[in-house]
Design a binder for this molecule. Structure first.
Ligand SMILES: [Mn+2]
Length: 330
């Protein structure tokens, strides 16, 4: 066994990895760059260093990997958790606080002999045998980078690219309040290992489909300042996505457009879903805690970036969220 210089909780997960012959790794439902990047970065590294182990990369949902993230090396290795029939020796949940956030992955989590978590979301309870939770970390991918470093598992171009994508997307290209010197230290280690910030940016932020940009124009055209100008608000109907020819998994960046309004302290973006519910995204630009609002509406997330799903119309979701936002913006 190699010498271990990480924290005791990291050491415990490394021990579980060494003991396991079959390992399944899964990130949260409706995966973003960090959920996919964390799972891939960890999975590719473990496959490389433990070729004798069977390492499976699972998707919480039955949907394919969103197009923007298919450039990540190994993204074709993902399989839907619903199609995974084994009982893995170890299930590693990444970028998700509790198994209720990993949709179909939950059943595999429950069948697994041992379980571990790497995550940076707040959690009110823990369900795994070993947990590395750092709510100060900008991205789960940064936690994985530190874990691999502590385990002295060398980074390859492939692993580093996936982890850099996770960090770059969860920090909004190093623009959000979660970006710290430690974030740059992790990113620097990944770039040293061969990852290219230009390659990640080109694929994630400079490769929009024209259809998406036209939807973005509609959302921009609807932005208004509410609550005495302290909150920017906009929305998209399911029919807008349909008329523009945009897929749901392309819409993650729309909230950032609303967030970019000068002088606001927070923003709310609502997107009507085909199933009659509304997905709400909240962002804070300063010290406000928008996760409180999301939690009161049945959702959750980080202090500065949170979300919820509302049953009803866009107008009803706005009416429910506005008074809760008023409480925090004063
Ligand atoms: Mn994340």
């Amino acid at each position: 066994m190699r010498e271990f210089s990480g924290s005791p909780r990291c050491a415990r997960i490394y021990e579980l990895i060494q003991l396991a012959s079959t390992i399944a790794i899964c990130g949260h439902t409706s995966p973003d760059g960090d959920a996919l990047g964390s799972a891939l970065g960890l999975g590719l590294a473990l496959k490389e260093i433990f070729p004798e182990k069977r390492v499976s990369l699972l998707l919480a949902d039955d949907d394919p990997v969103p197009a923007a993230y298919r450039f990540m090396p190994g993204s074709d290795l993902f399989e839907p958790a619903s199609a995974y029939e084994g009982d893995p020796d170890l299930f590693i949940m990444v970028d998700a606080p509790t198994p209720d956030r990993i949709a179909n992955g939950r059943a595999v989590f429950e069948r697994a002999r041992t379980t571990a978590v790497f995550d940076h979301h707040p959690a009110d309870h823990e369900e795994a045998d070993a947990v590395v939770r750092d709510v100060e970390a900008a991205a789960c991918s940064a936690i994985i980078e530190r874990f691999l470093d502590a385990c002295r598992i060398p980074l390859t171009y492939e692993t580093a690219t996936c982890l850099l994508c996770g960090i770059e997307t969860d920090t909004g290209r190093f623009q959000y309040q979660n970006t710290t010197a430690d974030t740059f230290r992790s990113a620097a280690a990944l770039v040293d290992a061969g990852a290219s910030p230009a390659e990640v940016s080109l694929n994630v932020y400079q490769s929009w489909r024209l259809e998406y940009l036209h939807l973005q124009a509609i959302v921009m055209g609807r932005i208004e300042r509410i609550l005495d100008g302290k909150v920017a608000y906009s929305y998209a109907y399911a029919s807008d996505l349909e008329s523009c020819g945009v897929q749901v998994d392309e819409c993650d960046g729309l909230v950032d457009i609303v967030r970019s309004v000068g002088g606001v302290e927070a923003c709310l973006f609502l997107r009507e879903k085909a199933d009659g519910t509304v997905r709400g995204n909240l962002r804070a630009k300063g010290d406000l805690d928008v996760s409180q609002v999301a939690r009161k509406l049945g959702g959750g997330g980080h202090v500065a970036a949170a979300g919820f799903t509302f049953t009803g119309t866009i107008e009803e979701a706005r009416a429910a969220a506005e008074p809760l936002l008023k409480e925090i913006v004063g």
